[in-house]
Design a protein around this ligand. Structure first.
Ligand code: ADP
Ligand code: MG
Length: 458
C-alpha cells in the first residue's frame, strides 16, 4: 500500500542519489514486490551497470536496517584466505556464497508522504523467483498430463544450490534465513549486464507496463499510485536436456537422468543458477528477533509448537517442503482451519504426523503452544482422524511417480523432514546425498575446480 507509512511511490525515470555514487540511480522497470518492499531495475552511470533497488516500506525501517547488517555480514564472510592443495594461500569465494544475493550499496531516501524515511538496498540484479517459474510450468503441464511441477533435473540443481547457499549462511555466517520458500529463491541470469541491456533494447519482449488504476485520495489529494506491473527480467530458454532429461521431463519419457557431462556438452547450456534472496527475516542462530517465524506451509514443527530454541534446522525443513512443491506443483503441507473444530496448527501437526509418522511426547511438549495442540498423553486435542501415508506412496499415488524414482526422491527428502531438529540433516550433510548426483557438476563451471580441497581458515 502506497499510503503514508507504506511503500514509496516510484516512477520509471525517477532518480535516487546515494552518498556512495557520483551519479544517481535511475529507475528503468518494476521487477517485483513483497510484504516489505517494492523492487526496481536501476542503472548507474558511474560504472554503467544495472542493479536491483529494493525500496522498503516506511513502517519497516528497523527491519530493513537489520537486513542490511546481515547482508554486510554475508558480504564479509563470502571471501576468505584459503589454503590450496599445493600449500598456497589464496583469497577465494566460498562456493555457497554464490548462491546468496549480494548487497552492492544502500542509502535512505525521504518520500513525499509526510517525509517518511525509506531504506533502499542496491542488490545484484536477478531474474524471476521460483514461484513464477513454477507457475509457468504448472500452466504448461496441466494441459499435458497429471504431472505439474518443474522438470526434475532443474529441481535437482535448485536443491543443490539452495543447500550450498544455506551451508554458507548456516556454517560460515551463523545465520538462519527463516523464510525459505519459492518466492525468495531467484534465478540468476547469464552475462547479466549485457543480457539486461539486450532486453531493454527489445522492449517489445520486455515492456514496462503501466497499469491504469483509478487515482487514490492520499492526504486529501488525488494521487496516481502503483502504476506499473511487476516484470521480472525474463528467464532465458532453459536447456532442452534439463527439460527432457529427467523422467518427468515435458516429453514424459522414462529415460534415465542426464549426466552432468551431457549437460555441459549441450550447446544451449548456460549453467542454470539460483540465489537465496530476501534476508529480511534472517536472524543470528543464537539471538532471535522473534519466535514467530516462517511462512505457514514451510514452517518447521519446532516453530509450530513455538519452541524458543530453534536454529538452522528450521531452514532445512523448509527446503524439503519447497523441493517437494517444485517437483509436484503442490504444497507438501497445506493446513486449513475448520471453524469451531480446529486451528491451522492442529491440522498442520496432523498432516506432519501423517507423512512423517508419530513422534515422542517429549518432542511434542517442548513449546509454548504445545498444550493447545496436544493433550497430556501427547495426542492431538482437536483432530482424531489421521491417515498415515509415506512420502513414496504420496509421490506414486498422487503424482504418478514411477516407484523407483519416488523411492529415490523420498530418501532425499526424508532426512530433512525429521521432526526432531537434532536428528534432521544439516545442509553440509545433505550435500553429500547421492540424489543430488555427482558432486562436481557442470553448473559449478565458474567455481575454482578444486574448491573441495580447500580448507577454510578463519
Ligand atoms: P520483501 O522483503 O518485501 O518480501 P523481497 O526481497 O522478497 O522483498 O523482494 C520482493 C520481490 O522482488 C521478489 O520476490 C522478487 O520477485 C523481486 N526481487 C527481489 N530482489 C531482487 C533482485 N535482486 N533482482 C531482481 N528481482 C528481485
Ligand atoms: Mg520476500
Amino acid at each position: 500500500d502506497y499510503a503514508p507509512g507504506g511503500y514509496l511511490p516510484v516512477k520509471v525515470g525517477d532518480a535516487f542519489s546515494s552518498p556512495n555514487r557520483r551519479h544517481p540511480y535511475t529507475v528503468i522497470r518494476k521487477l517485483g514486490w513483497g510484504h516489505f518492499s517494492t523492487v526496481w531495475l536501476i542503472h548507474n552511470k558511474d560504472d554503467d551497470r544495472y542493479a536491483a533497488l529494493k525500496v522498503c516500506s516506511a513502517k519497516y525501517g528497523a527491519t530493513a536496517r537489520d537486513e542490511i547488517l546481515l547482508l554486510e555480514k554475508v558480504r564479509k564472510r563470502a571471501y576468505k584466505n584459503v589454503k590450496t592443495r599445493h600449500g598456497h594461500t589464496e583469497f577465494a569465494q566460498h562456493p555457497g556464497a554464490r548462491h546468496v544475493v549480494a548487497l552492492i550499496d544502500y542509502f535512505s531516501t525521504r518520500g513525499r508522504n509526510r517525509g517518511d524515511e525509506h531504506i533502499c538496498m542496491v542488490l545484484e540484479p536477478l531474474g524471476e523467483n521460483l514461484l513464477s517459474l513454477l507457475d509457468r510450468f504448472r500452466r504448461r503441464r496441466r494441459s499435458e498430463s497429471t504431472l505439474t511441477g518443474i522438470p526434475i533435473e532443474i529441481v535437482r540443481i535448485v536443491a543443490k544450490q539452495v543447500l550450498m547457499g544455506l551451508q554458507f549462511l548456516h556454517d560460515e555466517c551463523n545465520l538462519v534465513h527463516t523464510d525459505i520458500k519459492p518466492e525468495n529463491i531467484l534465478v540468476c541470469l547469464p552475462n547479466v549486464q549485457d543480457y539486461i541491456e539486450a532486453h531493454i533494447a527489445r522492449s517489445e519482449t520486455w515492456p514496462s507496463q503501466r497499469v491504469s488504476v483509478p487515482p487514490k485520495h492520499v492526504d486529501g489529494r488525488k494521487q496516481h499510485v502503483d502504476m506499473y506491473h511487476s516484470q521480472p527480467i525474463p528467464t532465458p530458454p532453459l536447456p532442452s536436456n534439463l527439460l527432457n532429461g529427467g523422467w518427468n521431463g515435458s516429453a514424459n519419457t522414462l529415460s534415465s537422468t542426464s549426466s552432468s557431462r551431457s549437460r555441459s556438452r549441450d550447446g544451449d547450456f548456460y549453467g542454470f543458477n539460483v540465489q537465496i534472496s530476501d534476508l529480511g527475516n534472517a536472524t543470528p542462530a543464537d539471538k532471535h528477533f522473534t519466535e514467530d517465524i516462517q511462512t505457514r506451509q514451510y514452517r518447521a514443527p519446532e516453530a509450530i509448537i513455538r519452541r524458543s530454541d530453534w536454529g538452522t534446522a528450521v531452514d532445512i525443513w523448509s527446503v524439503a517442503c519447497m523441493i517437494f512443491e517444485l517437483a509436484t506443483g503442490d504444497h507438501l503441507f497445506d493446513p486449513r482451519s475448520k471453524r469451531g473444530s480446529w486451528e491451522k496448527d492442529d491440522d498442520h501437526m496432523a498432516q506432519i504426523i501423517e507423512v512423517c509418522g508419530d513422534f515422542d511426547i517429549e518432542l511434542k511438549m517442548g513449546g509454548k503452544f504445545s498444550r493447545d495442540i496436544f493433550n497430556s498423553r501427547g495426542q492431538l486435542r482437536n483432530i482424531d482422524k489421521i491417515k498415515p501415508i509415506s512420502l513414496t506412496q504420496l509421490l506414486t499415488e498422487t503424482y504418478n511417480y514411477p516407484p523407483r524414482e519416488a523411492k529415490h526422491f523420498a530418501t532425499f527428502l526424508e532426512p530433512m523432514l525429521r521432526v526432531d531438529p537434532s536428528m534432521r540433516s544439516t545442509a553440509a550433510e545433505m550435500l553429500l546425498h547421492e540424489w543430488l548426483g555427482p558432486r562436481e557438476t557442470g553448473d559449478y563451471s565458474r567455481l575454482p575446480q578444486s574448491y573441495e580441497s580447500y580448507e577454510w581458515s578463519g
